[in-house]
Design a protein around this ligand. Structure first.
Ligand SMILES: Nc1ncnc2c1ncn2[C@@H]1O[C@H](COP(=O)(O)OP(=O)(O)O)[C@@H](O)[C@H]1O
Ligand SMILES: O=C(O)[C@@H](O)C(=O)COP(=O)(O)O
Length: 421
């Protein structure tokens, strides 16, 4: 019987990111949310479960990930992929280390790989250090992330700080030498008692090589690039067009843009879209003081705007403004308040017939998707690398869930070019 890959993704944009890349490389993929259906179509090559475990308490992240593992096993998966961010979003407490350790233990394994690289979006790995568009991770915009500011670029150090095992490296020389050399290096590291092997990666062409080298591991961990590599190695890229068709958005029904990311790229996207469409800023004071009334006010505003281009609500702030807000209200309190208002607005607009939600931000996408109560997604065409349109399995709703730093400045407008009758 063919193998089926089970993917445990630590946030919703990450889940659609890897699902989109696997579909673009020829795999048939179903994405499930929370307690979705107990069965998936027989021909599915991979099942992706979207969690919201990136920045929750460690115990909860571990429990949710183990529950997802059990569910994937029940769905016939026999190999597993822990998907985290291409910028390794985590802290010294976790959650990448503890979740990886728990999954290894549950699978009775002691060895896996670490590969967040996604070269098409500028995430590369060299000598174990993670770069974003050529800049070390800790000098990139990720140093100012509201929830997981990244202060180091060394994956061996970042992993060692939050996991129990030992970290080793498969350096780029081995990757250049091909899948056989990578396999040999992995075997050597494992024999030396290493538990996690960081995989250097500089180009998209490296990913099928790595996909081949790790295809027999019970558990791999990393970003959507490695997912693309596994699918490409398995299929040679055949079958992608058919898989994409299922998830394209319908022209019927209204759309809204909800931006809760404060990343550099989202700031640029919001600035560009402000020139093109009706827009309104979400005020933190009102989110905190009277979220119910504010939700109604903002949703009514959206409904009153012209339908096309889709109106935009944004909480997006530049780093200095965000720092002021966080100093005044507390980072966790402020972000929860903003997320709560976006969740309520999405539910209210769906009740009023909105059928397309273009959402910026991983946490924001998670809360919006939960609030729309969908059980899972068909994966559609990619608007930008790592951002496919997805269509709910059980209701007429389409979503574009954009990771903070993905897409170019015209992303919000581009997303609206994919509708079909
Ligand atoms: N104006 C704001 N004030 C405080 N927190 C905010 C503001 N805007 C957004 N946030 C919070 O910042 C976090 C951004 O995370 P996320 O949605 O994952 O975006 P990204 O993908 O860029 O990481 C969310 O929890 C969001 O609610
Ligand atoms: O791997 C990635 O970069 C994305 O899939 C992702 O997880 C990004 O997270 P957010 O920036 O929080 O959306």
């Amino acid at each position: 019987m063919a193998h089926r890959l089970g993917v445990i993704a630590d946030d919703f944009t990450g889940a659609t990111d890897i699902a989109g890349f696997m579909v673009a490389n020829g795999w048939r993929v179903t994405q499930l949310i929370g307690h979705g259906p107990a069965e998936v179509p027989a021909e599915v090559d991979a099942v992706v479960i979207s969690l919201k475990s990136r920045s929750c308490p460690v115990d909860q992240a571990v429990a949710d990930s183990l529950a997802a593992l059990a569910r994937l096993q029940a769905l016939g998966c026999d190999r597993f992929f822990f998907k985290y961010c291409s910028t390794f979003d985590s802290t010294a407490e976790g959650n990448i280390g503890p979740v990886t350790d728990a999954l290894l233990t549950a699978l009775d394994q002691d060895f896996t790989v670490i590969c967040p690289a996604l070269p098409v979006n500028g995430r590369t790995l060299c000598h174990g250090n993670l770069f974003v568009n050529g800049v070390p991770l800790n000098e990139s915009g990720m140093k100012d992330h509201p929830v997981t500011p990244m202060k180091d670029a060394s994956l061996p150090r970042l992993m060692a700080a939050q996991a129990n095992g030992k970290v080793g490296l498969v350096d780029y020389q081995a990757v250049l030498a091909g899948a056989g050399a990578v396999k040999a290096k992995l075997a050597e590291l494992q024999a030396d008692g290493i538990n996690y092997a960081v995989l250097d990666t500089l180009t998209m062409a490296d990913l099928p090589v790595l996909g081949e080298a790790v295809s027999e591991l019970q558990l791999v961990t990393g970003g959507s690039g490695l997912g693309a590599g596994l699918a490409r190695h398995a299929t040679g890229g055949e079958g992608a067009a058919l898989a994409r068709e299922l998830g394209a958005p319908d022209a019927a029904g209204r759309a809204v843009v909800l931006s809760g990311s404060c990343s550099q790229m989202t700031n640029a996207q919001v600035a560009a879209y402000r020139q093109q469409a009706s827009h309104r800023m979400v005020a933190i004071e009102s989110c905190l003081s009277d979220p119910e009334a504010y939700t109604i006010e903002l949703a009514d505003w959206v409904v009153a705007q012209p339908a096309s281009p889709a109106p935009m609500l944004y909480a997006t702030q530049a780093p200095d403004a965000l720092a002021r807000i966080q100093a005044e209200y507390g980072a966790a309190r402020a972000s929860e308040a903003v997320e709560g208002v976006f969740a309520r607005i999405a539910a209210r607009l769906a009740e009023q017939g909105f059928s397309k939600f273009i959402v910026a931000g991983g946490e924001t996408s998670g809360i919006v998707t939960q609030s729309l109560a969908v059980s899972g997604f068909h994966i559609g065409p990619q608007i930008a690398p790592g951002v496919p349109w997805v269509r709910a399995l059980d209701k007429p709703l389409s979503l574009a869930l954009k990771s903070g730093n993905f897409g170019d400045e015209q992303f919000f407008a581009k997303a609206q070019e994919f509708y079909h009758d």
